[in-house]
Design a protein around this ligand. Structure first.
Ligand SMILES: C[S@@+](CC[C@H](N)C(=O)[O-])C[C@H]1O[C@@H](n2cnc3c(N)ncnc32)[C@H](O)[C@@H]1O
Length: 223
């Protein structure tokens, strides 16, 4: 029996695929239907409401939880447009702490002040070897500990928006980017479309988190 991971705000399953690669059986939760979702089980629900109303069942069923609340509240583009987006990081943490499982909350760099002692993962780290920098922060809680890998200096230039990528350049998959197949190949997400790729964390980041969690689970089982 594989340990079970609850992946909140799962979208098409970038994080889910990484947790699967680390050895978890994954249940995804998203407020929208996700016909492309790659996990073993999908539940359409509001993530915080789901945590609150199914708390005991979640505690009994899952070993760990991951959450990727939407980042629009924190990104520069949306601040410029001055649109209001609710803070979901704080209420998600509160609901996760109430459940009591080890957890990780992932978000963009602009949300750093909302996260507690996050580590930062970058595609250029030797652990990942991606062709996109795609910085993402990960807060660990509920007893989970994550190590910060060394961050290499960025030497490869970013591909200019709307231009094809030249050899040695790093892609930036945001907005209405072009090159969906290239993004699928870069991320390791052949099932995803542009919307899922724009939103996703690269599966290798979640695999890193999932493997650390697995190692800690084994230690706890032995102790
Ligand atoms: C940044 S994406 C998550 C990306 C995902 N972790 C991945 O790696 O592919 C955020 C997702 O949160 C979903 N979402 C937004 N508000 C939500 C809510 N209140 N409850 C559950 N899901 C929500 C959106 O539909 C979107 O799919």
């Amino acid at each position: 029996m594989k340990p079970r991971m609850l992946d909140l705000y799962c979208c098409q399953g970038g994080a889910t695929r990484g947790y699967q690669l680390a050895g978890f059986h994954v249940t995804g939760v998203d407020i929208d239907p996700q016909p492309r979702y790659c996990g073993e089980q999908f539940i359409q629900a509001d993530a915080i409401d789901f945590l609150r109303t199914r708390r005991d069942w979640i505690r009994e069923t899952f070993t760990m939880a991951g959450a990727s609340p939407p980042c629009q509240r924190y990104t520069r583009a949306w601040k410029i447009q001055q649109r209001e987006h609710p803070d979901l990081i704080g209420p998600t943490r509160e609901a996760l702490e109430d459940v009591g499982l080890p957890y990780v909350i992932e978000n963009v760099e602009e949300a750093r002040s909302e996260l507690r002692n996050p580590i930062m993962l970058c595609g250029a780290m030797p652990e990942f070897g991606l062709r996109t920098y795609r910085h993402r922060l990960f807060e660990a809680g509920g007893g989970l500990v994550l190590a910060q890998p060394d961050h290499p200096v960025h030497t490869a230039p970013l591909t200019k928006m709307g231009r094809p990528r030249k050899p040695g350049e790093m892609a930036h998959y945001v907005g209405n980017f072009s090159g969906v197949q290239e993004a699928r190949d870069d991320m390791g997400m052949p099932w995803a479309n542009r919307d899922g790729l724009r939103e996703c964390i690269p599966p290798v980041y979640a695999e890193y988190v999932g493997l650390a969690a697995m190692a800690q689970l084994r230690e706890t089982a032995v102790a």
